[in-house]
Design a protein around this ligand. Structure first.
Ligand code: ADP
Length: 263
C-alpha cells in the first residue's frame, strides 16, 4: 500500500489573549491511498485545527504532515476540501457547470468541460448543469460541491462535516453517493464528523480523538465490506458493536458499552 497522508507528532498551540492554548498535541496517523478514514472527536477537540493544518491553511507549531511523501508547506495543489456550509462554498453567479469547472481553469476548455460533465453525471446532476446554485435544494448544492472536488481529481479529498447541514434522508443519500463515487474513482478521503454512526457507516477506519489537546485514542478497522446499505449495514452486529465502541471511547469508557436487549 502507498501512504497518501502522513501526520506525525502534530501539535498546534494558539496564542490567545488569555495565554497559550494547545489545540492538538502528539497527533499521529496515516491514510493509505484509496482509503476512506473518518475522524470523530468531541466538539472543540481540535478537528478543524487538524484539517486546517492538512489543507496548509495554518502552519502547525510542531510535527510533520506529508502528502504522498511531500511535506505540506502551504496549500497543496492536489487537495480538495468539501465544507459543511454548501451555501457559502458555491458561487451564486455561476451556473452549476461553471462552478465545477472553476478550479480547473488551467486545463484546456474541452478537458475542463468533459471533467465537469463526468463529475456531475457521477453525482446524478446531469440535468442541472445550466441551473444556478440558488435554484437547487441544499442536498443538490452539496452534490455540486462534491462534484467540483471530484472533477479536480485530488490526491486527497478532505471533508469537514460535509453532510451536517442537510436533512436526514438527504444525508443518507449523500453518504451512499460518497461510498459509490470513491469506489468508482478510487479516491482517498479523510472525513471529519461528530456523528458516530456516520463514521462507522462510511469508513474503512475510524480515528477517535481525545478531548483537546487532541491525540488519537484509537484507530478502529471497520471491516464492514465494500457493499454497505443504510438498512442492513446499520442493523448488523458488527455495526452495532463498533458504534458502541466508538461511543464508549468518546465518553472515556474503557470497554465497549453492553447492548441492552430491547423490551
Ligand atoms: P473542533 O473542530 O474539534 O470543534 P477546533 O479545532 O475548532 O475544534 O478547536 C480546538 C481548540 O482550539 C478549541 O478549544 C478552540 O477554542 C481552540 N481554538 C480554535 N481556533 C482558535 C484560535 N484561532 N485562537 C485560539 N484558540 C482557538
Amino acid at each position: 500500500m502507498t501512504t497518501m497522508l502522513e501526520v506525525a507528532d502534530l501539535g498546534h498551540t494558539y496564542q490567545a489573549k488569555d495565554g497559550a492554548h494547545d489545540a492538538i498535541d502528539g497527533l499521529s496517523f496515516t491514510v493509505e491511498a484509496g482509503e476512506l478514514v473518518c475522524v470523530v472527536g468531541p466538539s472543540g477537540c481540535g478537528k478543524s485545527t487538524l484539517l486546517r493544518a492538512i489543507a496548509g491553511l495554518i502552519t502547525p507549531s510542531r510535527g510533520k504532515i506529508s502528502l504522498h511523501g511531500t511535506p505540506v508547506d502551504g496549500v497543496p495543489a492536489d487537495l480538495a476540501v468539501v465544507f459543511q456550509d454548501y451555501s457559502r462554498s458555491l458561487f451564486p453567479w455561476l451556473t452549476v457547470a461553471r462552478n465545477v469547472e472553476f478550479p480547473l481553469r488551467t486545463l484546456a476548455k474541452a478537458e475542463r468541460r468533459q471533467r465537469a460533465a463526468d463529475a456531475l453525471a457521477a453525482v446524478g446532476l446531469r440535468d442541472a448543469v445550466r441551473k444556478y446554485p440558488w435554484q437547487l435544494s441544499g442536498g443538490m448544492q452539496q452534490r455540486v460541491a462534491i462534484a467540483r472536488a471530484l472533477a479536480y481529481r485530488p490526491a486527497l479529498l478532505l471533508m469537514d462535516e460535509p453532510f451536517a447541514s442537510v436533512d436526514a434522508q438527504t444525508r443518507f443519500e449523500l453518504e451512499d453517493l460518497l461510498l459509490r463515487v470513491r469506489r468508482e474513482q478510487d479516491t482517498t478521503v479523510l472525513l471529519v464528523t461528530h456523528d458516530i454512526d456516520e463514521s462507522v457507516y462510511l469508513a474503512d477506519r475510524v480515528l477517535v480523538l481525545s478531548k483537546s489537546p487532541a491525540t488519537v485514542v484509537a484507530a478502529l478497522d471497520v471491516a464492514l465490506g465494500a457493499d454497505r446499505d443504510q438498512i442492513t449495514t446499520r442493523s448488523s452486529d458488527r455495526f452495532v458493536e463498533l458504534r458502541a465502541k466508538v461511543a464508549g471511547l468518546l465518553q472515556n469508557v474503557p470497554k465497549a458499552v453492553e447492548q441492552q436487549p430491547v423490551r
